[in-house]
Structure formats: C-alpha cells, structure tokens
Design a protein around this ligand. Structure first.
Ligand SMILES: *[C@@H]1O[C@H](CO)[C@@H](O)[C@H](O)[C@H]1NC(C)=O
Ligand SMILES: *[C@@H]1O[C@H](CO)[C@@H](O)[C@H](O)[C@H]1NC(C)=O
Ligand SMILES: *[C@@H]1O[C@H](CO)[C@@H](O)[C@H](O)[C@H]1NC(C)=O
Length: 404
C-alpha cells in the first residue's frame, strides 16, 4: 500500500514538472506592478503590515485582520484556514500563535488529490530593539505574496472554469496554490532551536499528522506541498540570492529565468535601463541580477543550504522541497531599528513582487489565461522596445531547457 501510493505521487510530480511551461513575453510583461498599493505610508497592501507586530501582542492581531480583510474584500475565492497553537516560550509564559493559510484549489478537487505551490513568509516582528518594524523581515515579502495572488487570481478562475466545462483535467492530481503567513518566526530572546520558528514548527507537525483518506494521491498535508517557496529579507537594493539546494535548483533556474526575461524586456524598475531611471540620466552599469547563481553543477558545487535557519527547517527535515529566496549576505539593516519602511528600496520590492507573480503564473501553467495588457505603469515601454540580447551585461546566460 505504502510503496504504491508513493510511486503514484512521484509519478504525478514528475509529469507536472515536465509540463512546466514558460509564460509568453506578452503575458509576462503584462503583469502589473504593485505601485501605489506598496506605498509605505498609505498603500492598501503594504502600509498596514509595517507596524510593530510581536507574536502574542495586539499589534500582530491588527496585521492578521489586515490579511483577513484584504482577502475577503479583494480575493474572496482564496479559502482561509487557521493553524493555531499555544506554546511555552522563553519568556516563561505561554503565547498564542496563529498561522494563516490562504488557498485556491481547482473547483473539482477531492481532498488528498491536490498538491500546491506554497508561497511562504513570516508576518511577526522581532521583540527587540524596541519599535522594530521588520520591513524586509518580512513585511515586504508578505506584501509580495499578496501581489502575486491577486496577479494570477482571474487567470486561475478562467483556466479552471474552462477545464471544468470541458471535463479535461486529471482526476488524480490537481494543482493548487497557497500562501502561508507564519507566526512566531523570530526569537523572543536570542535564536535557538526552541526559541524561534514557533509557527513553522507547529504547522509542519499539523500537516504531517493530517493524514488523507485511503486511496488519496498524497498521504498527508506535507506531501501535498509541491514546492515550499520561502521569501525572507527581501526589499533592500541589489540583493544576491544563491541557489541553496541541489534538489530545487531546477526551480531556482525557472525563477531566475523569469527575472532575466523581465530584465531583458526592461520591465524591472530597479534596472538601470528602466525608462524611469534612464530619464534620470543613469549611465550604463552592469545589470544586477537578483538570482544569478545559475551556473551551479548539481553534483559538485558548494551548496549553502542548511546554514541559514529559517521557517523551512521543520519542512525540509520532513522531506518537503524548499526554494529559499533569501540574500546570501543579509542586508545591512537586518535586525536593526533601521529595518523600516523608509529603508526599503521600492523599485526592488516591486520587482520582487512581479517576479514572484510571474513564477507563480508559470508554475500554475496560466499561459493563455493571463491578461495581455498591463494597466500600469504607463511609462513602461512596450515589448517591441526590448533590448537585443547582446546589449546586456548580464552575469549569466539564459538557462537552457536541457539544463533544468
Ligand atoms: C486562530 O487564532 C486567530 C487569532 O487569534 C483567531 O482569529 C482564529 O479564530 C483562530 N482560529 C481557530 C480555528 O482557532
Ligand atoms: C521574449 O523576450 C526575450 C527578451 O527580450 C527575447 O530574447 C525572446 O526572443 C522573446 N521571445 C519571443 C518568442 O518573442
Ligand atoms: C541600457 O541600454 C543602452 C541602450 O540600449 C545600452 O547601451 C546599455 O548597455 C544598457 N545598459 C545595461 C545595463 O544593460
């Protein structure tokens, strides 16, 4: 029973992976930028996250309300599940932690027959220093996830409606997507295995224990995670993200390719060649890729995965594939009072939101369903205006398909 279930799920994973299909240039370049919604003072998505939100305090309760209200109002098809726990802490008292999971599955899904791309960030802030906001850590990543969700929401509806009408879908495996907003990542005092990642540890255990009905494609909630895509410490300028794990290097390559194509089409706002920056007279400089670690050899290269402790630990320990998007050198504001809204690099933050949205759209195979024309920003050049490949000083070549 066990081995046959296992091989069934492996098979479906493999067939899904080989079906990964790039978005066309027009779909990719039509993904909207968050613009005003990421404004740090009054942006509908970003501003309400930028407040002190220590686990177990009224501040974090307000941020939870923001998530719940935003989804209820703008993304009502994403179903909310709570994963709550009460845990002893180093403070000598018990604290209540609440993870929020927002999910969209195809409408015909049977429990135990769906696997999901999980976009993950923590939404609590560190207790010290007093007044710490944690903009890169991880208010901005939370905002990026919401932007990704809303950028693909309509396309998911269109695709699934069409599939349901035509009856053309796989009855054993369906592909959904979910966002995990995790509580209690930060240590109350200093980071130890027991004083940190309270929410992630609880969620991994809960999912592992949520055993699916007999004859399910996936045995339990953990097996239903096709990729655990963890965003952390994003929003500072010129980030460099290593590929940490050989097992998910192929996914890193896909995401890097999304970035590279957006860059080549001059979409990214942090690019020296974006029309806004060129208008400001910026000179030719090396185009900084966020994800340039594409040359690794999966057999021999040096992999840093496992050296950074983060919310992925309890998941990777249980065999979940993890793509960790965190800079190799932490931004200088990390864990200081300077990690606030003012110190975010807005173009970089917006670019990440679009890259995550593009990657999610590809993962969900939404080509043909995404809008073909972006509403904004108006100043963005059209696709025809894109650069010739050889005009670029990119750090790496486009990943080839046979390398992936
Ligand atoms: C989980 O905790 C949150 C925050 O305290 C609360 O709003 C929610 O109702 C709880 N959900 C469940 C299922 O216990
Ligand atoms: C998509 O855009 C990239 C970058 O501008 C370009 O190299 C590629 O040829 C384009 N593909 C198609 C099918 O137009
Ligand atoms: C920006 O575009 C100009 C003109 O097309 C080109 O010469 C230059 O190399 C580009 N800069 C970068 C960083 O690619």
């Amino acid at each position: 029973m066990l081995p046959s279930l296992l091989s069934l799920s492996l098979l479906s994973v493999l067939s899904f992976v080989s079906a990964y299909k790039e978005l066309s240039n027009s779909s990719l370049s039509a993904i909207p930028f968050p613009a005003q919604d990421f404004d740090i003072n009054n942006g509908a998505i970003m501003a309400p996250i930028l407040q002190v939100r220590v686990a177990g305090t009224p501040g974090i309760e307000k941020v939870r309300h923001h998530f719940v209200n935003y989804f209820a109002q703008h993304l009502p098809k994403w179903e909310l599940t709570w994963e709550n726990s009460t845990q002893p802490t180093i403070l000598g008292k018990e604290v209540d932690f609440a993870n929020l999971i927002f999910r969209r599955d195809p409408p015909w899904v049977k429990p135990g027959h769906v696997e999901r791309l999980a976009l993950v960030a923590h939404y609590d802030s560190k207790m010290e220093p007093d007044g710490f906001i944690g903009a890169i850590d991880s208010a901005a990543p939370c905002a990026m996830m919401i932007h990704a969700a809303r950028s693909i929401d309509e396309a998911l509806t269109k695709k699934w409606d069409e599939q349901q009408k035509s009856g053309k879908y796989d009855h054993l495996t369906a592909h959904g997507i979910e966002l995990y907003f995790l509580d209690g990542e930060e240590a109350f005092k200093s980071w130890t295995h027991t004083d940190s990642i309270y929410g992630a540890r609880s969620l991994a255990q809960t999912l592992e224990r949520s055993v699916n009905p007999a004859m399910s494609t996936y045995r339990n909630g953990l097996e239903q995670i096709s990729l655990f895509l963890l965003l952390d410490l994003l929003g500072a300028s010129v980030p460099t993200i290593p590929s940490y794990f050989p097992t998910t290097h192929w996914a890193y390559m896909h995401m890097s390719n999304v970035e590279k194509r957006l860059r080549t089409m001059r979409r990214l706002k942090s690019s020296p060649n974006h029309s806004n920056n060129r208008a400001k007279g910026m000179r030719k400089v090396k185009e900084p890729m966020f994800m340039s670690d594409t040359k690794k050899d999966t057999h021999n290269a040096y992999w840093m995965g496992g050296q950074i402790e983060d919310d992925h630990i309890p998941f990777i320990q249980r065999g979940v594939p993890v793509l960790h998007i965190i800079p190799g050198a932490f931004p200088s504001v990390w864990h200081t009072i300077l990690d606030d809204g003012q110190h975010l690099d807005n173009p970089t933050t917006e670019d990440w939101a679009v890259i995550v949205a593009g990657f999610s759209a590809e993962w969900m195979e939404l080509e043909g369903y995404m809008p073909k024309q972006a509403a904004q920003p108006r100043s963005t050049p059209k696709v025809e205006d894109s650069l010739e490949e050889n005009e670029w000083e990119l750090d790496n070549e486009l990943p080839q398909h046979d390398e992936l």
